[in-house]
Design a binder for this molecule. Structure first.
Ligand code: FMN
Length: 397
């Protein structure tokens, strides 16, 4: 990220996650309950394991905020791990209880996890817990807390996000890229947070059967962002192009193995005139009757809705285990099962939104500059004023 910087620390079963978000202008008013609502969305969803019944994620702020407004200094957030109480002896940072630590030692790396690759890379093959504790998707709670803050910055300028599940395992609930209205059908309280709530009961039954077999599932999440002005990002340098930054942020989510912007996947099989969105004059400026580009052309926002999809692989910890090798003995061994999700896709829409909010808030501040919100507001007025003959927020398709 160019203007913002996000750093988080903390292990899955450590006392807490700590998040430092640097680069926010001074004077941004934050709503604590809205951050907690985002954290609750990450804990919601059918198919998660027992951990979510233990945790009750809430944000605590210890720096960068006074009287509900940012100070311009790093914003320091914490999310407590309630499960830590059950792991204090195993995770103790100083006087590790050898018996407790040995009892929870992991020596058979789980295929699909960072266990083997991370253990080899950092020389921690004796106990892969040293790797998996941090590689765990518990870390996404830190991203969601920071993303919820960034979404509040975007909201100030009328930029809004929507997301939902498009598919679970082999069951597709929507074919092709999603759109704003489709994502408006998502009920955030439904078991699968999908674009087709009417089919969720059937899919919950399907997940139950998969769980009984000790198996796991993945799926597809879609998201849309409305109100982005044209011109964010860059067409100049590869590492500043916003399409690349968006896809990097999405693929960095644990389990995400592919991401697409707009009709990116389907477009490769079509002819040019069926793909490229016409530019036509309209009452509110330039209009795009279609949005197959998904809001980005040449690495720069074009004023249309940003449309993305992220593909999640099945969860890597299987109750029935997977073939592995015990690194302590060199002998073949089936992996152990430790409390784990069957499918986490219903928790993922808010993580996708968080990653988009981070990247887009960064790109917005990069374009507008400003050390305090008054300056950012003035820059927004100047920027959108210059664009007014061509684009107004309500003209986004
Ligand atoms: C919200 C969420 C929850 C997850 N829960 C689990 C889990 O309970 N068990 C598990 O093995 N993997 C889980 N994962 C996936 C792993 O974290 C991920 O596969 C692993 O860290 C390896 O990273 P990679 O899949 O990106 O290569 C979850 C992912 C997400 C996004």
């Amino acid at each position: 990220m160019r203007r913002l910087r996000l750093l988080s620390g903390g292990e899955s079963h450590g006392p807490r996650l700590t998040v430092i978000l640097e680069g926010l202008p001074a004077g941004l008013e934050l709503d604590r309950e809205a951050i907690d609502r985002w954290l609750a969305r990450r804990q919601h969803g059918f198919g998660r394991g027992g951990r979510q019944r233990i945790e009750n994620d809430r944000v605590e702020v210890t720096g960068g905020l006074r009287g509900g407004r940012t100070l311009g200094s790093p914003l320091v957030l914490h999310v407590a791990n309630r499960d830590w109480e059950n792991w204090a002896a195993v995770m103790d940072p100083w006087e590790l209880d050898p018996a407790a630590a040995t009892a929870r030692r992991v020596t058979a790396p789980r295929p699909g996890h960072a266990d083997l690759s991370g253990g080899l890379g950092t020389g921690q093959t004796e106990d892969l817990r040293n790797v998996l504790e941090r590689a765990s998707a518990r870390e996404t709670a830190a991203r969601v807390a920071a993303g919820a803050v960034c979404a509040q910055l975007l909201e100030r300028y009328g930029i809004a996000l929507r997301s939902g599940v498009l598919g679970i395992g082999p069951h597709e609930l929507h074919h092709g890229p999603p759109h704003w209205d489709l994502l408006g059908q998502v009920d955030p309280g439904s078991p699968l947070v999908s674009v087709d709530p009417g089919r969720e009961e059937e899919l919950v039954g399907f997940i139950r059967k998969v769980r009984e077999r000790g198996e796991t599932l993945g799926g597809i999440v879609g998201a849309a962002v409305r109100g982005l002005p044209p011109g964010l990002g860059s067409y100049v340098h590869w590492d500043r192009k916003l399409d690349g930054r968006v896809v990097q942020a999405l693929v960095s989510i644990p389990s995400v193995k592919a991401a697409a912007i707009g009709a990116g996947i389907e477009a490769s099989a079509l002819e040019g005139s069926s793909v490229h969105d016409p530019i036509v004059p309209g009452p509110s400026g330039l209009e795009r009757p279609s949005n197959r580009a998904g809001g980005l052309e040449g690495g720069v926002t074009n004023g249309a809705d940003l449309i993305v999809r992220a593909w999640f692989k099945p969860i890597s910890t299987l109750r029935r285990g997977l073939p592995s090798v015990d690194l302590a003995t060199g002998e073949p061994r089936t992996t152990d099962w430790e409390r784990s999700d069957t499918v986490a896709v219903a928790s993922a829409p808010v993580i996708v939104e968080a990653m988009l909010a981070l990247v887009l808030a960064d790109a917005l501040l990069e374009t507008l500059g400003g050390a305090c919100m008054d300056d950012v507001d003035a820059a927004w007025r100047a920027y959108t004023g210059r664009l007014a003959p061509w684009w107004r927020p309500e003209s986004a398709p």
